[in-house]
Every structure is written in structure tokens, then in C-alpha cells.
Design a protein around this ligand. Structure first.
Ligand SMILES: Nc1nc2c(ncn2[C@@H]2O[C@H](COP(=O)(O)OP(=O)(O)OP(=O)(O)O)[C@@H](O)[C@H]2O)c(=O)[nH]1
Ligand SMILES: [Mg+2]
Ligand SMILES: [Zn+2]
Length: 261
């Protein structure tokens, strides 16, 4: 597993792995078969959920699923909003909406608008991940590999073009790889995902995967409130007074309903 630490003996020419050391900081998703759970990377300090302002289109669904999966494993998550060089005046509204929906004060997440082309925000992002091993996840074509290539230009990696009809990526990266950037700092590049499935998160636990709900939990009229249509719900009150975003709450309801069926 990428990120694993192993004990190895080196008596011969080839080191022999004796055992894998216990893992911490494991990012998981539900496999595409919908049944088993897949470890994306192990021993990471933080998850970078990489998105793009456009090409491919920004997706709240992907982002909220990846953030929920990170919270589920108690992993710190950071949102990277790439391709800011493509942001035109007609995209400003979307950019501002994303900043409000996911901003630090409400959610505790960090958000970095960046561009791998102009270098905008890239120094700040490097400062943010310094000293850590971070795993990147995101849809195909958002620029995950471009990001590591920006930090390490001599790196031999494939960067893919987009499908001009769909403006989606072509699943260029096919294997997960740990790339050391500087002393004590490494980035794990992963293949782009069509969907970040979170079927492995139990329905009753989803509420804990939205950090902005936390201050409300325990404040609802019913102890077993799932914040859907129960009376006296503190999450719904926070939604009504605007301290929880309607987009984030909408995703929570979608994910809860998916688990119903
Ligand atoms: N305009 C613009 N294009 C970018 C930026 N970053 C990456 N791209 C382009 O986006 C396309 C996809 O980049 P990749 O780095 O291969 O994307 P990826 O996320 O690694 O894709 P997969 O490996 O398929 O998951 C390439 O054509 C890059 O040149 C950016 O900041 N601005
Ligand atoms: Mg890639
Ligand atoms: Zn409630």
C-alpha cells in the first residue's frame, strides 16, 4: 500500500519485507464493486481534495464525498481549487460561492485557489503541506499530477489532455505513487476517480462527517435526531440562520437518502 512503512531485512542483495507496520492516517473509499473498502493511501497527515474551477466542471458532490471520507478517518482535509488562470468574470460568482460554502470558519477546512500554470497560490500551498505526507484525490483532469510536477519539474510523469467533448480527464495516472518534494514533505499522486463512493460510512455516522454540524450535535430535541425532518433540530436551525450552508446540508440529505435505498 502506498505510504506503508515496512520492516525489511537486508542480508541479501534484495531487501525482504518482513512485515508491514501498523497504519495510521488511512484514506479509504468504497471500491467500484460497491462492496469492499479500498485503501487509497496509508500513513498520511492530510488529504488534498483537488478540484478545478472549470475544465472539468467543479463538482460539490465529489468534494463533499471526499471530505466526508477524510473526516470519517479523522484526517485533516484541504481543498485545492486549481486552474484559477481560467477564471473569467463569469466564473467569479462560482468562485465566491465555493469560498463561502467551504470556508474555514464554517467547516474548519482550508481552501487554496491555485494555478499550476501561473504558480498562483502554489507557494502558500507548499507552506501549508510542509513537513507532511499528503495524499491527493480528485476527479481525472483537475491537475493532480500537474501540481507535483510544478513543485518538482524534473519529475518524469504523464500529464494528460482533456476530452474536448466532455471536458473531462482521460484517466492519465494509472498508479498511486509517493513523490518526495523536500525533506519530510511528500505528496501521494493517485489516479483520478469517477466517483468517491462513501458506502462504507454507516448512515448514522454521516452527521459526524460534516464538521460544521458538530456544534449542533447533542443540541437537538431528540437524542437520536438524524437532522432530516425531526422537530426541534439544531442542525436545521443552523441551516435556517445561515450558519450551515444549504449546499452542504443538501449533500448530507442526498447521502442519507442514498443509504436508505
Ligand atoms: N489552465 C490550466 N490547466 C491546467 C492546470 N493544471 C493542470 N492543467 C491541465 O489539465 C490537464 C490535466 O492535468 P493532469 O495533471 O494530468 O490531471 P490529473 O488530475 O493528474 O488527471 P488524472 O491523472 O487523469 O487523474 C492537462 O492538460 C494540464 O495541462 C492549471 O492550473 N491551469
Ligand atoms: Mg494524474
Ligand atoms: Zn437534529
Amino acid at each position: 500500500m502506498t505510504g506503508d512503512y515496512a520492516l525489511a531485512v537486508t542480508t541479501g542483495a534484495i531487501p525482504l519485507v518482513e512485515r508491514i507496520l501498523p497504519r495510521s492516517g488511512v484514506l479509504q473509499r468504497t471500491s467500484s464493486n460497491g462492496v469492499s473498502t479500498q485503501i487509497i493511501a496509508a500513513n498520511v497527515n492530510m488529504v488534498l481534495v483537488v478540484t478545478s474551477i472549470k475544465w472539468p466542471a467543479f463538482s460539490d458532490g465529489f468534494l463533499c464525498r471526499a471530505l466526508a471520507a477524510s473526516s470519517w478517518k479523522e484526517l485533516k482535509a484541504t481543498i485545492v481549487l486549481n486552474k484559477m488562470d481560467l477564471c473569467r468574470s463569469q466564473d467569479e460568482e462560482l468562485k465566491n460561492r465555493i469560498l463561502v460554502t467551504y470556508n474555514l470558519e464554517r467547516t474548519g477546512y482550508s481552501l487554496f485557489p491555485v494555478s499550476c500554470i501561473t504558480g498562483h497560490g502554489m507557494d502558500e500551498l507548499l507552506e501549508h503541506i510542509r513537513g507532511m505526507t499528503v495524499v491527493m484525490t480528485g476527479p481525472s483532469g483537475v491537475g493532480k499530477t500537474s501540481l507535483v510536477k510544478y513543485y518538482n519539474p524534473s519529475l518524469e510523469v504523464r500529464i494528460g489532455s482533456l476530452n474536448p467533448k466532455t471536458s473531462k480527464g482521460k484517466h492519465t495516472t494509472v498508479a498511486t505513487r509517493l513523490i518526495p518534494l523536500e525533506r519530510n514533505t511528500a505528496v501521494i499522486d493517485t489516479p483520478g476517480l469517477r466517483m468517491f463512493s462513501i458506502d462504507h460510512i454507516p448512515r448514522n455516522d454521516l452527521q459526524f462527517c460534516f464538521p460544521e454540524f458538530r456544534h449542533c450535535l447533542g443540541e437537538c430535541k431528540f437524542r437520536d435526531c438524524l437532522h432530516l425532518s425531526e422537530p426541534g433540530c439544531a442542525v436545521k436551525s443552523a441551516l435556517d440562520n445561515g450558519s450551515i450552508s444549504d449546499i452542504r446540508y443538501g449533500k448530507y440529505v442526498d447521502f442519507m437518502n442514498e443509504k436508505d435505498s
